[in-house]
Every structure is written in structure tokens, then in C-alpha cells.
Design a protein around this ligand. Structure first.
Ligand SMILES: [Zn+2]
Length: 179
């Protein structure tokens, strides 16, 4: 979730129609607020400047977390045979989470006296981003072939190991916590 940026216009150049909350007319020359909810959305939400029409953060919330969801959906290490590659794939998901944290920071910057709710969310996603960006596989080390071990037995042991790496990587990405 992320909160859309709010724009303030002191004097509109053209008729803005009605305030979407109270329905008051906003002819040219009126002050008004507007914002867009949603990633790449171009539906303009228009509000008059009355206190009760000021959009709450929840009303400006969008599914920018779609960025994280998309990163989760695209995450696929099933064909990767290197622990380093798998770790890098997980760590890359961290940048999508950081984007969401940055959006909250941006929204937060618009509040002169702070906003606890936004701050909490920013911190939450920042923590998640750090965790994922630094993720490494903590399990067994890559198996090495024993001197008297035949190729097949070693391969089986190694396959099992890489499968474990993939599976923990998948868990780390699946378990991203949404605030
Ligand atoms: Zn209004």
C-alpha cells in the first residue's frame, strides 16, 4: 500500500466540476486539491478545500504494493543452479520493497508535523527491504564430492542441497510481510 501524493491548487484555471466528497461546485478560480490513486492511474480525484473533505491517507492509499506482488509473482529460481544467483534473485526483490518504503517517505514529507501511521509503514517496509536485500542462505554449505563417492550419489546429494537453497529463497520472498 502506498499513499498518493496530494496536490494543492490555489486558483484553478478551469472548471473542476464537483468536489468528489461533498459535491460542491468548483468553478474556475476556486482552490482545490487533487490526487491520483494507484500505480499509473490517471483518474483525477478532486476535492474542495474544506477540512472535512481533506482526503485521509487511507483514501489516498493505492496498491503500490502491487510492485512487491509483481516481484513475488516474477520470482522464479526453479531453474537456477547457483547459490549466488539464487541469493541475488532474492536480494533484488528488496529493491521493490524499498520503492514502497520510499513512497511512504515521500508521503510523509508532505506532513509538516509528521504522521505516525505513515511513519510506521515506512519503517515497516524499510525493515523488510533491508532483510530481503541482505538475504543469504544460512543452511548447509555446498556439498563437495567425497573421494570414494560415486558421481551419482554426489549428484543426488548436491541436488538435494540446491533444492533446499531454492526452497528457502522462495520462503523468504513468499513471507514478505505487508503492513
Ligand atoms: Zn468538498
Amino acid at each position: 500500500m502506498s499513499v498518493a501524493r496530494l496536490y494543492t491548487v490555489q486558483k484553478s484555471r478551469k472548471d473542476q466540476g464537483k468536489c468528489h466528497k461533498c459535491g460542491v461546485e468548483l468553478p474556475a478560480g476556486s482552490p482545490y486539491l487533487y490526487y491520483y490513486v494507484g500505480f499509473r492511474s490517471n483518474y483525477k480525484h478532486v476535492r474542495c478545500t474544506k477540512q472535512e473533505c481533506f482526503p485521509k491517507p487511507s483514501e489516498r492509499e493505492s496498491s503500490k504494493t502491487a510492485t512487491i506482488l509483481a516481484a513475488q509473482e516474477n520470482f522464479d529460481v526453479s531453474g537456477m543452479d547457483s547459490k549466488d544467483d539464487i541469493e541475488a534473485a532474492v536480494q533484488e526483490v528488496g529493491s521493490s520493497i524499498q520503492e514502497v518504503a520510499d513512497e511512504y517517505q515521500e508521503a510523509l514529507d508532505a506532513w509538516e508535523n509528521g504522521n505516525y501511521e505513515l511513519e510506521e509503514k515506512k519503517d515497516h517496509y524499510e525493515d523488510q527491504a533491508n532483510e530481503i536485500s541482505n538475504w543469504t542462505y544460512e543452511g548447509d554449505e555446498e556439498p563437495e564430492r567425497e573421494e570414494d563417492e560415486d558421481e551419482e550419489a554426489f549428484q543426488a546429494r548436491w541436488d538435494e542441497w540446491i533444492e533446499q537453497v531454492r526452497s528457502e529463497a522462495q520462503d523468504a520472498v513468499d513471507n514478505i510481510d505487508f503492513a
